[in-house]
Design a protein around this ligand. Structure first.
Ligand SMILES: CC(C)(COP(=O)(O)OP(=O)(O)OC[C@H]1O[C@@H](n2cnc3c(N)ncnc32)[C@H](O)[C@@H]1OP(=O)(O)O)[C@@H](O)C(=O)NCCC(=O)NCCS
Length: 149
């Protein structure tokens, strides 16, 4: 798994802390979370983004196993990137992926993410690591045409 934490750690956090985090990434001030639900309103998938010292980081990308490979992950990520493009325009977007997650890696690569070369230990699961991927903003400047002489 890519997630850098464990259920034991997370479930020990106080309710107020969870509420503050949820509010933070749901209100759109520092980040946003998009979720997919089925026709009955059951949770199917999600993706979040937070701003870490001004730098957007994608996190919590997940689709319920029985709903995978139906385009939900890609749709969620596209929606998240559109939000970031609106509110964090011009900034590179980062994420962390575990090398064992070939499916996720492929999805990120097709959405413009590239490995930055930076990796770090996946804290709770040594010697596993997570690798950083970055999606750099496209230059909006058109190249100048050389003037004819
Ligand atoms: C990664 C994940 C979110 C993808 O969600 P999904 O709803 O299955 O994604 P999609 O159906 O939109 O597939 C998007 C792309 O992912 C890639 N992909 C998804 N599953 C794949 C698999 N098992 N093998 C290879 N590629 C795969 C494909 O490139 C696919 O592109 P395509 O539409 O051109 O075929 C989902 O597999 C998941 O929750 N995995 C476990 C958690 C995880 O790894 N999260 C990422 C943490 S960094």
């Amino acid at each position: 798994m890519a997630f850098g934490s464990t259920f034991a750690t997370e479930s020990a956090y106080a309710q107020w802390k969870w509420r503050a985090w949820c509010q933070d990434v749901a209100t759109g001030s520092r980040g946003a979370t998009f979720v997919a639900v089925d026709h009955s309103g059951r949770f199917v998938g999600m993706v979040g983004a937070v701003s870490w010292e001004g730098t957007p980081i994608i996190m919590g990308m997940w689709t319920r196993p029985e709903w995978r490979n139906r385009g939900i992950g890609r749709k969620l990520l596209k929606r998240q990137l559109a939000w970031l493009d609106k509110y964090r325009r011009g900034r590179p977007v980062f994420l962390y992926v575990n090398p064992s997650q070939a499916g996720a890696e492929r999805m990120y690569a097709t959405m413009g993410f590239r490995f930055s070369g930076f990796e770090m230990p996946l804290g709770h699961d040594p010697p596993a690591v997570v690798r950083q991927m970055v999606r750099r903003p496209r230059s909006r400047l058109k190249p100048r045409r050389a003037r004819g002489r």
